[in-house]
Design a protein around this ligand. Sequence first.
Ligand SMILES: Cc1ncc(COP(=O)(O)O)c(C=O)c1O
Length: 457
Amino acid sequence: MKTIIEPFKIKSVEPLRFTKRKERGTILKEAGYNLFNIHADDVLIDLLTDSGTSAMSARQWAGMIEGDEAYAGSNSFYRLEQTITDLTGFHHIIPTHQGRAAEKILFNIVGGKGKKVPNNTHFDTTRANVEISGAEAVDLLIPDGLHPNLKADFKGNMDLDALESVLRKEGPERIPLVMLTVTNNANAGQPVSMDNIRKTAERCRVYGIPFFLDACRFAENAYFIKIREPGYEKKTIREIAREMFSYADGCTMSGKKDGLVNMGGFLAVNDDELARQARNILIVTEGFPTYGGLAGHDLEAFARGLEEVLEEDYLKYRIRSVAYLGKQIEQLGAPIFQPPGGHAIYIDAKAFLPHIPPHEYPGQALACELYLCGGIRTCEIGSLMFGKTDPKSGEFKPAPLEMVRLAIPRRVYTQSHMDYVVECIEAVFRKREALKGLRIVYEPPVLRHFTTKFESI
Ligand SMILES: Cc1ncc(COP(=O)(O)O)c(C=O)c1O
């Protein structure tokens, strides 16, 4: 059969609230043209993020009731620990309330002034945690990864030559670890090949530098490897994931993505001393090492989610339904980052709105218009998220790409929801020349996209 259906039935539903365009105009203005400031009730289709927005299965909900709420030594923790150890092979599993808490603990220990952390592309929270520690976050994406129109299989890969020269120049004294983000969220959710993971690990080993994965979307990445990388067609997702992790010395993970839970994360490491230090920080900031900021029921649902995410029928539906949305948008003639990523479609706002310059935030302008048009909430990934204004010279440094991310929550929306989204994009695309840019009226010192306020130009 050609049609890929949702590999689940819907048992419990949540109503959507419809609003009128005029009402949305007022809401948007009051929100300072920042979609993070909008009440979720005022959103019809919420594609702001795929993080923590998954629908859990009946089996996970059953696990919530069975969750062991013991402060120390919870059964649910041991179940989660065993699941992660079986999947990754790492020796120490340190639960955290979400991914950034794992990053904070890790970079608290290994970061610091004068250090550099290479990554294919740091996600915003990873970059912020590296920088807050005093270290420098260095992105070393392959040059092909920056071309939105180029259709290639693994545009999330690390540039190995660039990595080699940074490693040679700085050495283990200045590089505490190298990270690879799979899939590469900040670069349109593009996957990283097994070959690139293996070669990155080999370079690190030559210089005696630990290698970590940012594993939020490890299962989606593993599925791309299965369907795109020769030699992996017949392997199970678990086998592929296990091989990915086998090259690393540790990982951070936000369970809010491929853990299929609404809250949860972990840090996993092989190094005993690093684990000891991490657990000491964990006790102060997150909680006792057998719950780390999570309730017993969260640990239980997380353990079950990590098993369900490996099901091939689920991953096939997941990747194909994101690609379906991409194909429909492409057929309108609207520019998207090619090929579609694992968890989201990224509209190329620079090509969609070429008359709006980066310092007037074309991505944010487009995201606001999609909300106005159909109550669709998306997320700017461009100069609002990654651009910077030099405090001394006042010079504006734009991000390399201006994109609007349509992140698809897992197991939440159906094909007709996506068809509605496409219809809105079509309406906005038709009137694109009339869209105007935005000017910042307030901006915080870090992670500015969450709370910046704008006015329309
Ligand atoms: C690649 C990547 N790393 C880290 C994080 C941070 O995870 P969390 O939101 O659970 O703190 C995210 C969240 O979106 C992400 O996409």
